[in-house]
Design a protein around this ligand. Sequence first.
Ligand code: UT7
Length: 339
Amino acid sequence: MQTVNAVITGVGGYVPDYILTNDEISKMVDTTDEWIMGRIGIKERRILREEGLGTSYMARKAAKQLMQRTQTNPDDIDLVIVATTTPDYRLPSTSSILCDKLKLKNAFAFDVQAVCSGFLYALETGANFIRSGRYKKIIVIGADKMSSITNYTDRATCPIFADGAAAFMLEPTTENIGIMDSVLKTDGKGLPFLHIKAGGSVCASSYYTLDNHLHYVYQEGRTVFKYAVANMSDACEALIARNNLSKEDIDWVIPHQANQRIISAVTQRLEVPTEKVMVNIERYGNTSAGTLPLCIWDFENKLKKGDNLIFTAFGAGFAWGAVYVKWGYDGSHSSQQTD
Ligand code: UT7
């Protein structure tokens, strides 16, 4: 019997129209465009400002574009996995809302919570459902409305985060392409350095938590930075060694877009030239689970069938990892032009 693997057969994405610039942020907190560009590398970010719209709105837009581009009948979708830290509601899952909005009649759906590494975890999870042989079309989405958990009076975090979503279609293949391997890690040691203090079961919402701004992301950036560089680099190196890839074999590195200096440090350690590294942090900021698929959405027309891609991310938990993908189609021939 031939081995079945999961291949990415399309990408869709969505970013909100509203552009929050560094100049505007400088009016909210004591910061400057120079500081944000120099220390983080973000010039502007997209924010979903319309009242009553949450993560599922962006995820739905991304998934709709994906289904159009791949000419997929909604009845054929078996599974939807949404990686998100900012679900529409505490319950039900954001993915269940999508099943209704996208009119999926034959799908089941669940969310994955691994913060900035959520998309890596969701991708490997989706690939395993395909490899099982029982599922033929799976939508994997990374989507976050980080503006809903960002404190716009805290200069240490508010320039970083942004809103956006993107989606991949996974399908079976017997060719030597697709999701080839992954190194996924979680150590739980990151809790003190990156978390939201209230709104969970340890510290439920109250007037006290609201008055004290405890529903926003808390981050000790310097510590997170060090772990991010070391752990992303180690995960990539382990993956590259395990798959006998030389530096020259790597066509693209797709790093989590948290900080340009982190991206540079990791890719320098891997000795990958900058022109092989997908970067859009300057325009989109850190959309958490959205960053990796949004990079592919942006760079799709540069990709060729068989290209070797290394995705890597790091975030709260700590949770991190790297996924090796052999790309499934020529991006320049994709249906992107039809939108
Ligand atoms: O995506 C999930 C994972 N997260 C990450 O990967 C984020 C990792 N960390 C980072 O990207 C960086 O640590 C930050 C961008 C968050 C911060 O940059 P940094 O270079 O590590 O700055 P810092 O926190 O060490 O702060 C240096 C100085 C401080 O002033 P003092 O104490 O030296 O006087 C801060 O108060 O910069 C100050 N500062 C700012 N100044 C102007 C912090 N934020 C700002 C700001 N504008 N927005």
